[in-house]
Design a protein around this ligand. Sequence first.
Ligand SMILES: NC(=O)c1ccc[n+]([C@@H]2O[C@H](COP(=O)([O-])OP(=O)(O)OC[C@H]3O[C@@H](n4cnc5c(N)ncnc54)[C@H](OP(=O)(O)O)[C@@H]3O)[C@@H](O)[C@H]2O)c1
Length: 211
Amino acid sequence: MAHILVLGASNGIGLETVKAALAAGHRVRAFARSAAEIPLSDPDPERFTGDALKGGDVTAALDGIDVVVQALGVPFKSLFGPVHLFSDATNLLVPAMEKAGVRRLIAVTGFGTGDSRAAVGLLQRLPFQLVFGRAYDDKDAQEMRIRKSGLDWTFVRPGVLTGGANTGRYQVLEQPSSWRNGRIARADVADFIVRDIASKAYIRKAVVLVN
Ligand SMILES: NC(=O)c1ccc[n+]([C@@H]2O[C@H](COP(=O)([O-])OP(=O)(O)OC[C@H]3O[C@@H](n4cnc5c(N)ncnc54)[C@H](OP(=O)(O)O)[C@@H]3O)[C@@H](O)[C@H]2O)c1
């Protein structure tokens, strides 16, 4: 069993990952600015109230950790201004992990990041750029920084996220020729992440996840 640090653990994919990892028997450190409000009690994660943009918080949170899951997100309204969270947090995280000797990083980015941008359909390209362009440019910088590291990384690139329970029925698209958009439940993304922690099947690979 691993000791997992989840960055962005108070909501969305991060929170689902905390739940799935605890259910699988892992030890979980749940990191967010609002960690105290995480609605879990039995089992309870280790709560770490911290800011991913503060180097001291990140360094302290890495103590004793085997695997980091980076699941940070910005509110929808923030997509229409400059977005730096993903690259700034990663520029702190990667050297901190290297210094602490923590090698495994699973980073949630999204379909349309990096070399999957070319797989966005022609009709979706303009709306995608208008709404998500700034965030995905920053996610490109996030992935590039991680690729330059010596870490054992995996990029998890989900399609359009939905709520609801884990279905276990989703596709892990590894080949660029198979990449396409689609919907996927946050709980299924978490299911993939927790399985990948055990299997280590996708080290130094980027996968697109859709139903
Ligand atoms: N929406 C989609 O359809 C879609 C599709 C593909 C990929 N994605 C990506 O998937 C990821 C997860 O999205 P989501 O909707 O599941 O999650 P989310 O609801 O956006 O949750 C974001 C998490 O990040 C934390 N966070 C933000 N800034 C932080 C900071 N400075 N320090 C520490 N924690 C911070 C938040 O906690 P606090 O506020 O408590 O700190 C929260 O736990 C995002 O990167 C998103 O872009 C989304």
